[in-house]
Design a protein around this ligand. Sequence first.
Ligand SMILES: CC(C)(COP(=O)(O)OP(=O)(O)OC[C@H]1O[C@@H](n2cnc3c(N)ncnc32)[C@H](O)[C@@H]1OP(=O)(O)O)[C@@H](O)C(=O)NCCC(=O)NCCS
Length: 145
Amino acid sequence: MSSIRVRYGCIRDLDDIREVETLSFGDESYPRDLLSYLLMEGNTLIVEYNGRVVGYISYICLGSKAHILSIAIHPGYRRMGLGGTLLREAIDDMKRLGIRKVLLEVRVDNDAAIRLYSKAGFKIHSILKGYYNGRDGYLMVMDIR
Ligand SMILES: CC(C)(COP(=O)(O)OP(=O)(O)OC[C@H]1O[C@@H](n2cnc3c(N)ncnc32)[C@H](O)[C@@H]1OP(=O)(O)O)[C@@H](O)C(=O)NCCC(=O)NCCS
């Protein structure tokens, strides 16, 4: 039987997270220092599948707002509900922290992520012209509570 576990990340997860990040974003991956900062100082949740780290989500809180900085699932473990599980857990976490609004940016052509976010209740707020190295993004927002 398969087991799925969501837990807080720590610095020991850095290599696993970097692998998922590189496989997911290639040249546009977050640098090692930023990932280690997020693991130590930010809010990072990890998802393990059968004991293996296969994804993560990172966000930061600014007053009553939270900003999702990244979410990625290892390519071999996608479409299994893990991204949705991570996102739901992160939002539950935010509610416990008193967050009222969640923001994120996504490339306009990232259909998988846009569907994931829309399914969770995010709405497109505005277009961010040229936000991703000249390519457009969406600012997506969700009110919680
Ligand atoms: C976006 C991402 C995190 C989704 O993770 P996942 O574990 O595959 O997502 P889930 O299996 O939980 O899917 C949840 C919902 O998202 C949508 N979705 C996910 N992948 C999709 C795809 N390839 N095509 C269309 N919809 C998709 C669906 O609505 C899905 O619900 P459904 O399975 O009931 O149809 C994953 O594709 C990923 O890591 N992508 C690369 C990194 C990235 O782009 N991150 C977002 C940056 S803003």
